[in-house]
Design a protein around this ligand. Structure first.
Ligand code: BG6
Ligand code: MG
Length: 225
C-alpha cells in the first residue's frame, strides 16, 4: 500500500484533553473578563500555548507585557495539569490501540505529531510512550500548526517520505499543517470544521487499514505504488 507511516495528533485524537485545554483557557478568560466561546476555541486547537494566548488576548483587545503573558500561560498550564492529573490508560480514546496494532502488524510506522509541551507527561500517564516509533511535539519544534514543521519532523525522524505519511487530526490548524506537508489527512470530528481533510470520521474507532487503502485509491495514490 501507499502509506508507510501514520502520524497521530494527541489532544483530541488519542485522548480527550481538548476539553481540558478549553476549560483551562475559559478559566483564564473569565478572570480577565474576556468573552470566549467554544467557537473561538476551535481556533486554538492544535495551536501552541503562547500562540493560543495571543489569540485570546486579541479577543480582549488590551496590551499586556511579556512577563504578564508568561504568568497567564503558566496559570493556564497549572489548571490544565490539574485537570489531566487523574488521567490513566483508561482515558485512551476508543479504537486507538486497535488501529495502531493493525497498522503495526502491516508494517506501517507510527508517530506522534503534537503541539503540546505536555506530551511526555501525557504519554507517561497513558502508558503509551513505547507505542511510537517517533515523537515530535511542542518541545522539539519552533513553529506551531498550521505550519507543517511538526509533521515534517515526525516523517524525518521515521525516515519516511512525507508524501507517504497519513495524519490523524482534530484541529483545523492541524489539517492545514498536514496538507501543507503534502500528507494524507484524516480529520477527527466535525466535517464542517475540518472541511479540507481528505476524509472525516467521528473517532479512531471508525478507522481501519482497509478504509485507509480505499482512501488512498480514491486519491489516486495506488497508481504510484
Ligand atoms: C495542542 C492543543 O495539542 O497543544 C492546543 O490542541 C494546545 O489546545 C497545544 O494549546 C499546546 O499544549 P500545551 O500542553 O503545550 O499547553
Ligand atoms: Mg488536537
Amino acid at each position: 500500500m501507499w502509506t508507510k507511516a501514520c502520524i497521530f495528533d494527541l489532544d483530541g485524537v488519542i485522548v480527550d484533553t481538548a476539553r481540558y485545554h478549553y476549560l483551562a483557557w475559559k478559566r483564564l478568560t473569565d478572570d480577565l473578563g474576556i468573552i470566549f466561546t467554544p467557537e473561538e476555541n476551535e481556533r486554538l486547537k492544535g495551536v501552541s500555548r503562547m500562540a493560543s494566548l495571543e489569540i485570546i488576548l486579541e479577543l480582549g483587545g488590551k496590551i499586556h507585557s511579556v512577563s504578564e503573558k508568561k504568568e497567564m500561560a503558566a496559570l493556564k498550564n497549572k489548571w490544565y495539569l490539574e485537570y489531566i492529573s487523574t488521567m490513566t490508560p483508561k482515558d485512551i480514546l476508543p479504537g486507538t490501540l486497535e488501529l495502531v496494532n493493525e497498522l503495526k502488524f502491516n508494517k506501517i510506522k507510527i508517530a506522534l505529531g503534537s503541539a503540546s509541551r505536555n506530551t511526555p507527561l501525557l504519554l507517561e500517564r497513558l502508558e503509551i510512550a513505547d507505542m511510537f516509533d517517533a515523537v515530535a511535539d511542542g518541545n522539539s519544534v519552533n513553529k506551531t500548526k498550521p505550519d507543517p514543521e511538526v509533521f515534517l519532523k515526525a516523517a524525518g525522524m521515521l525516515g519516511v517520505e512525507k508524501a507517504r505519511c497519513a495524519v490523524f487530526e482534530d484541529a483545523s490548524a492541524g489539517v492545514e499543517a498536514a496538507l501543507k506537508a503534502g500528507m494524507i489527512c484524516i480529520g477527527i470530528g466535525d466535517r464542517s470544521v475540518l472541511k479540507d481533510a481528505h476524509m472525516v470520521i467521528a473517532g479512531l474507532y471508525e478507522m481501519d487499514l482497509n478504509k485507509l487503502v480505499v482512501l488512498e485509491k480514491s486519491l489516486g495514490y495506488e497508481k504510484l505504488v
